[in-house]
Design a protein around this ligand. Structure first.
Ligand SMILES: NC(=O)c1ccc[n+]([C@@H]2O[C@H](COP(=O)([O-])OP(=O)(O)OC[C@H]3O[C@@H](n4cnc5c(N)ncnc54)[C@H](OP(=O)(O)O)[C@@H]3O)[C@@H](O)[C@H]2O)c1
Length: 363
């Protein structure tokens, strides 16, 4: 099968298309023909992990060490990136009962990666669920990472209807999902990102947006029940002014300092710091699928790239200006043979067009 592989850490240039062995499913596994995968934070980090110093890593030193050993100390252990995908079940192992050939599915491989390939095998009890009908394969392939992470983290703060939530980093993979999930739980949501992402975050359903390049939410005088800081860009010391007396400061990215603040605020009472790891559950993906079916969760694609242009896809995401998800189309059964390598330019969907359509549908 074809896969995008890398054998050394570095810039997007380390990615190239190669012929590798097609996996065969074990008795408890499902073989999936991948239609689409995505480029997200995890792919960029794993591709260039040698250059991610402990300082650049948004987690404590021990986590960095664990990740470095996991990904490979001097060169990548797993040559294929890609943590999320959507595709079609091609074959199932002898003991599989939940899926059958022909099922359209989407799934999450977390740090196991491997989805930048024509085929993947997944345990049937893994993070795998039927693809929601309203989404295309490309849209569904962009959902699992952000949705599963945001869902698991938001669970730690037990959101209730009417609560006010601020999401710092609302235009990214986790933030975009958190905006939609917080709305689903009945919260009033304020999304914070830079200027290019404002329309995108509004289109996801945020009640208010703040441009962090122009306004500091910690000085606005507004207070929130939950402040969810995805990249850990704000300190609890300053940010607590924007937190209600019993509010929670939820960090998806944190260092030792925030862990100590978590311990201290647990003992002291009042405002709390929560540093959480996602710990996704397989049932969560089916739940996200139900939200999509009910029209309560959407995917907005910024750009699509064919497998041959995976390096360009990484370069584009690395520039930091994406407004929505970036997809790598692995196989499109509706596309005539030979046009799987259509240029990214030709396949680029205008995200503003999508945003306008969604805004039109809302009003
Ligand atoms: N706790 C866990 O279990 C867990 C799991 C997975 C990942 N993570 C952590 O989550 C982070 C990645 O999140 P992601 O995938 O959502 O990243 P992402 O897709 O790269 O998005 C990052 C977002 O942060 C925004 N941002 C950048 N600088 C900012 C600032 N100064 N103030 C406010 N927002 C800012 C960006 O917005 P603009 O583009 O508008 O600047 C972008 O929307 C990593 O630090 C990773 O370690 C944690």
């Amino acid at each position: 099968m074809k896969a995008i592989i890398y054998s050394e850490y570095g810039s997007p240039d380390v990615l190239h298309l190669a012929e590798v062995s097609k996996p065969a499913p074990q008795d408890n596994e499902v073989l999936i023909r991948v239609h689409a995968t995505s480029v997200n934070f995890g792919d960029l980090m794993a591709r260039d992990f040698k250059n991610i110093t402990p300082r650049k890593f948004n987690m404590p030193l021990l986590f960095w060490l664990g990740a470095r050993l996991g990904f490979g100390f001097t060169r990548p252990k797993n040559p294929i990136l890609g943590n999320e995908f959507a595709g079609m079940v091609e074959a199932v192992g002898a003991q599989v009962t939940r899926f059958k050939p022909g099922d359209a599915v989407f799934g999450y491989r977390a740090q196991n990666m491997g989805a930048y390939a024509e085929y993947v095998c997944m345990p049937e009890i893994g993070m795998l669920a039927l693809k929601p009908a309203p989404m295309t394969f490309e849209e569904a392939a962009t959902v699992p990472y952000g949705a599963l992470t945001a869902l698991a983290l938001l669970r730690k703060v037990n959101l209730r209807p009417g609560q006010k939530v601020l999401i710092n980093g609302a235009s990214g993979g986790i933030g975009a999902a958190a905006v939609q999930l917080a709305k689903h739980y009945g919260a009033e949501v304020t999304g914070v990102c830079s200027t290019p992402g404002l329309d995108f975050v509004k289109a996801l359903g945020a009640d208010m947006v703040i441009d962090y390049t122009k306004e500091d939410f910690t000085r606005s005088g507004e207070t929130y029940d939950v402040i969810f800081d995805i990249l850990g860009k704000t300190s609890f010391g300053r940010g607590r002014k924007a937190l209600k007396p019993n509010g929670c400061y939820l960090y998806a990215s944190f260092k030792m300092k925030q862990l100590l603040q978590m311990l201290w605020t647990k003992v002291a009472g009042g405002q709390k710091v929560i540093c959480a790891l996602s710990g996704e559950r397989p049932d969560d993906l089916a739940f996200i699928g139900e939200l999509i079916e009910a029209g309560q969760y959407k995917a907005i694609i910024d750009r699509r790239y064919p497998m041959t242009q995976a390096a360009e896809a990484h370069r584009y995401v690395e520039q930091g200006h994406k407004k929505g998800s970036v997809v790598i189309t692995v196989w499109n059964p509706d596309t005539p043979h030979g046009s799987q390598t259509m240029s990214a330019q030709a396949q680029t969907t205008s995200v503003l067009e999508t945003v306008r359509t969604l805004q039109g549908a809302k009003s």
